[in-house]
Each structure stands twice: as C-alpha cells, then as structure tokens.
Design a protein around this ligand. Structure first.
Ligand code: SF4
Length: 320
C-alpha cells in the first residue's frame, strides 16, 4: 500500500490544441521540411513557449516585425492570430515568399469586418487591447473604422457617428459569458446594431470553457496548462474561478507548481489552453503522481472533429 494521499484528477475534454493551432504548427514544420531552415515566423506562431522553442530548435527564426527579416528567399510565416493588411502588403513589396498561418476562424472575422465596412457601417470590435489578434483585425480596415470595446463600461462610453448604422464583431478567444454581457449592452444601447449569427468566439474556446464549467465546481483546485500571454488560457482560469473552484492557477510547466498551494487537496481538475501541447498535461500529471496516489478520469463535454486545410503551397508536401 502506498502511503501517499489519494488524489482524483478530473481531466477536461476537449482541452489543448485546436484545429487552428494544429494547422499553424504544421505550416512551420512542413515549410522547414520542404524548404529547409531558416523559416522566419512573424510573432510566436502560437502562444506557447514549449512549441516555439521546439520549432526554433528545428530552424525556425522568430521575429516580431518583418523589418527584422533580411532580404531572403526563405519562407516567412504569419502567426495563427492573424495580421493587419499592411503586413502581407509589406511582404509583397519586398518580394517575400510568405505563408499565412492565420486561423481560418480569425480570417472569417476579418471578412465580416470588411463586409460591414463596405456596407458603410461603423464596426465595434469586442476584444482585448494589444492582443495580436485584435491588432490584426483592426488592421483590416483604415484607421478609425473600428472601435475597440473591452467592457460593458466601454459600451456606455461609445459615441458613434451614426448609432443606427453599427455592427459588432469579436475576438475569437474571449470569455463566452463576458461577451454575452457586452453584446447585451450593445443591443440595449443600439437596437439596430448588426450582429454575427451567433458570436465570433470559436468552437475551441467555447468547448474548452464548457468543459471547465463541468469540472470546476467539483474539484478542490484547477490547473490550466497554458502561457500567460494566451488569451484563451487566461479565460479558462477565470471561468474555473467563477464556476466555484477555490484555487485556479495557470501554469506553463510542472516545474512551476507551487506545492504549498495544493496541500491537502483531494481532487484536481486539469485543462489546457488551445496552444498547449498534451505532453505538458502529461508532465503535470506525472509530477502529481510523485506526490499523491492519483486516479485520472476524463470529463468530456463535447467531441471535436474539425480540421482545416493547409495553404496551397504546402498541400503536396503534406501528402508526400
Ligand atoms: S483558438 Fe479558435 S480561433 Fe484561435 S486558432 Fe484555435 S480554432 Fe482558431
């Protein structure tokens, strides 16, 4: 008999990699295979240090701006978060060979914003200032055409030129509940505002939040595996807290576990943000197994089968 205390781990499912992240990583890997290193990547391809470091080890070179890329024939990949229109324009003007790893669900929001603009509407974007996806979406239209709102208070302070001719779009990785409140405030103030069919929060964000809601109220603590700059991971931690979990923490690796914070727990929920690989979840479970007698149970709230096509330039490489 082990003298370790028992610990029941409830693993949220779905968790971890989404179809957009999977595709973005594949794009860099296939570009490395097909064209050889270096492959330049503008911004972290996805917000996860482990993923970025593994690709760097294979020959990817990460930069924040195209100005850091020398004149080269090597491929330049744009990250899953999407980029402002000025970025491919700059790449084209420098005759760069670029591959766009923007998630198709982010591109869909770009198209919605462009369509509203074409119809003469002022566009309200619900999102977090400074996040690369927000910078990319705002950069689809001329400066001033999109107004960012982050909170219900921001909605109260909006001063649109024509309140009867507005539309809203959103970042894909927001809290479903917070966004609902902001949308309600928008519709209250501007009943004529044009909306997406549902919202722009992607299936992966929605499903991961639902799984956390199912687990969080039943466990003594919850770990979200993900990076501090990952929006969807941060939201998962908040969702766990709001769903009644007394201790919800965001961790990148097992080495960051503060064991004193988990003393005396008998149950633990684990999930992972859309950019966190499963191997990091396994690493954390293994670390707990050294301190507790663990049993692991999966709590599944949705099945995911979605997959996205690769860019044309890489499709044959994938088939080989
Ligand atoms: S979190 Fe959603 S929008 Fe972002 S890459 Fe994944 S599927 Fe695409």
């Amino acid at each position: 008999m082990s003298d370790l205390a028992p610990l029941k781990i409830e693993l949220c499912a779905p968790r971890g990699f989404c179809a957009g992240v999977d595709r973005a990583i594949q794009i860099v890997e296939l570009a490395l295979e097909r064209f050889g290193p270096p492959v330049y990547v503008r911004h972290e391809i996805v917000h996860n240090k482990f993923v970025v470091d593994s690709l760097r080890a294979k020959g990817a070179v990460f930069v924040e701006e195209l100005s850091e890329v020398p004149d080269t024939d090597a491929p330049v990949v744009f990250s899953a978060h999407g980029v402002a229109k000025a970025v491919p324009a700059e790449a084209a003007s420098r005759n760069m060979f670029y591959l766009d790893a923007t998630c198709p669900l982010v591109s869909k929001v770009h198209k919605e914003a462009q369509l509203h603009f074409k119809r003469g509407r002022e566009v309200i974007l619900i999102g977090h200032a400074g996040h690369p996806e927000v910078v990319g979406t705002m950069g689809q239209l001329p400066e001033g055409a999109i107004t960012l709102v982050e909170t219900v208070e921001d909605v109260a302070n909006l001063k649109p030129e024509n309140p009867d001719n507005l539309a809203w779009v959103s970042q894909t990785t927001l809290s479903v509940d917070d966004t609902r409140a902001i949308v309600a405030a928008l519709s209250d103030r501007f009943p004529a505002i044009a909306s997406p069919h549902k919202d722009d929060i992607c299936y992966a964000t929605t499903n991961r939040q639902e799984a956390v809601k199912a687990v969080a109220p039943n466990v003594d603590a919850m770990i979200v595996v993900g990076a501090p700059n990952s929006s969807n991971s941060q939201r998962l931690r908040e969702v766990a807290e709001r769903a009644g979990c007394p201790r919800a923490v965001l961790l990148q690796r097992a080495g960051e576990i503060d064991w004193s914070a988990f003393e005396g727990i008998r149950s633990l929920g684990i999930t992972a943000g859309a950019s966190a690989p499963e191997t990091l979840v396994e690493e954390i479970i293994a670390a707990f197994a050294e301190h507790y007698e663990v049993t692991v149970e999966t709590v599944r709230t949705a099945d995911e089968t979605i997959a996205f096509n690769l860019p044309r330039e890489l499709r044959t490489a994938a088939a080989e």
